[in-house]
Design a binder for this molecule. Structure first.
Ligand SMILES: [Mg+2]
Length: 353
């Protein structure tokens, strides 16, 4: 029988930014929340308690409809691993929201192209277009055009300003960016079971792949980054972008068709990275995001069952009600990925030994 778990949670909040000074410092006032979450047995059939990926391990999770989640997990598990794929947003989903006491940098935001004039020009574009992106009064068609305009102008500045691959490596090396604890374990778990992971981003694939290289120190043959991809000349200078522009309003599985082919696989060249067609045969989805709009990442797929996980990193009091209705599972306060690993283990039958 279900019972309600009432938890008072006080987040530990660093008050001083010990990073490189980019990004705003974390608000010093601690959040105090009251969470209502079901603490019933997750299932009587070889599943642990909800606490397995919730409060008992020291982080906070909210599940609005336990029975619905149970049904979805059963459906995915029964369909088997060959039907499952993982679709993940990158920034503030795979990466942490807070890093060294500062707001972590995004894959786009970390880029310093070694040319202050052009860095400043890109910042000016950000200041003009970013408010338009979130304007409630601009019709979606118009907003989509504005986003295309913003992304294309930004990409043009990167080419014009003489970005090199070396700039990307240096930018990543000095960036205030880090993966959530448990990301490697999740990737390994999924790789061992042949589950593809599509990382969808309106940022830059080349930067995301460099972050994966530098921060994880290994590659995964089941990962594919679907994002804007650059083309470099023999001297490592950026000359163009491949494929159609992927921006914040078209970041969905249609982007897989729009994206250019990989010019470099992260994994083993003999690996089993699924192509677009075979990924579309995988009609069960574990989706990871940090914005409600990330749910659109599976729009291009006629999925049968989707379990959605949302990371609510900030403004928890203001957003918890909409997140708990939108996502099947919500992790709070920049939680580690360990809970998702537990969830993934429920979606997949145990490996035969
Ligand atoms: Mg994000």
């Amino acid at each position: 029988m279900c019972s309600r778990l009432q938890s008072f949670i006080a987040a530990t909040i660093p008050t001083r930014c010990s990073g490189r000074g980019r990004g705003r410092a974390r608000a010093p006032k601690p959040h105090v929340l009251v969470l209502f979450s079901l603490s019933s047995s997750y299932s009587s059939r070889n599943r642990g308690e909800m606490g397995d990926y919730g409060p008992s391990k020291g982080w906070e999770v909210v599940v609005d409809d336990r029975q619905s989640l149970d049904r979805k997990i059963d459906a995915i598990r029964n369909a088997g691993p060959q039907k499952l794929q993982v679709i993940a947003d990158f920034d503030a989903t795979l990466t942490r929201y807070w890093v060294n006491g500062c707001r972590g940098q995004s894959s786009h935001g970390l880029l310093q192209q070694g040319n202050p004039e052009y860095d400043a020009k890109r910042q000016q574009l950000y200041e003009y277009y970013h408010p338009l992106e979130f304007s409630p009064t601009i019709p979606i068609d118009e907003k989509t055009k504005l986003m295309e305009e913003w992304w294309e102008k930004t990409h043009a500045l990167l080419v014009e300003g003489g970005l090199t691959y070396d700039d990307i490596k240096k930018s990543v090396a000095s960036a205030n960016i880090a993966f959530r604890e448990g990301v490697v374990e999740l990737f390994e778990f999924l790789e061992e079971r042949g589950i593809p992971i599509l990382i969808f981003s309106a940022g830059l694939a080349d930067i995301i792949e460099e972050v994966l290289r530098q921060k994880l120190h290994r590659s995964f043959r089941n990962i594919r980054v679907v994002s804007n991809r650059m083309e470099f000349d023999n001297d490592g200078g950026l000359i163009s972008f491949k494929g159609r522009t992927i921006h914040s309003l078209n970041k969905n599985e249609h982007a897989l068709d729009m994206a250019a082919p990989l010019h470099e696989q992260l994994g083993d060249v003999n690996g089993t990275v699924d192509d677009s067609a075979s990924v579309k045969m995988r009609t069960n989805v574990l989706l990871l995001g940090d914005h409600i709009g990330d749910l659109g990442m599976s729009d291009g797929l006629s999925y049968e069952t989707r379990v959605s996980v949302g990371f609510l990193n900030d403004n928890i009091e203001g957003s918890i009600n909409s997140y708990r209705k939108a996502f099947d599972v919500v992790y709070l306060n920049d939680a580690p990925m360990s809970g998702v690993l537990e969830l993934a283990s429920q979606l997949l039958p145990a490996k035969a030994t």
